[in-house]
Write a protein of this length. Structure first.
Length: 173
């Protein structure tokens, strides 16, 4: 039995990177794998290399059709935003080398698409992710955010497909 379309969601971080693989088959979402990558190295270059290798391994093992990555939001701490951008860059580089398409989503868009509110709490997002996947959300917050990004992308693709089909049907009238 085919597991359908698989999307890898990633919540990049310089010390902890959440990931989640979600499959969709005939509109049904299934959890494939999820967790966090926590490099032990102190040097940023080594942490980024570790994250790159982890994403590369996930892509080779699960063959996702796309990767959904949470975009960097700019807060008051520019140093944190820069480190987050570097972690995101390691993810993008791994995907680029593997030839997998990457789609970025703002954290507020991800939350709004799952919970209905762009400023939802992480616990609300994890709860909704658990409901959609039919599992108890006992994962780290970064994992919940990564799974939410994957589900957001699958929902976006489904919506675009329906819109395209509707436009084709309307042109026949």
């Amino acid at each position: 039995m085919s597991q359908g379309r698989v999307v890898l969601g990633v919540d990049p971080g310089s010390r902890c990177m959440g990931y989640g693989l979600v499959a969709e088959h005939s509109g049904v979402l299934t959890l494939v794998a999820a967790g966090v990558v926590r490099p032990k190295e102190e040097l940023m270059s080594l942490r980024l290399g570790y994250m790159y290798a982890a994403i590369t391994q996930m892509i080779q093992e699960h063959r996702p059709c796309a990767v959904a990555v949470e975009e960097v939001f700019l807060g008051p701490n520019q140093s944190s935003a820069l480190k987050l951008g570097q972690a995101r860059g390691a993810v993008l580089a791994a995907c680029g080398v593997a030839g997998v398409d990457v789609y970025g989503y703002a954290p507020t868009l991800i939350k709004k698409s799952l919970v209905g509110a762009g400023r939802a709490e992480k616990s609300q997002v994890s709860f909704m992710v658990g409901q959609l996947l039919g599992v108890r959300p006992d994962w780290a917050e970064d994992t919940g955010d990564a799974l939410a990004a994957a589900i957001c992308h699958l929902n976006h693709c489904r919506l675009l497909s329906l819109a395209t089909t509707g436009q084709r049907d309307m042109s026949r009238l």
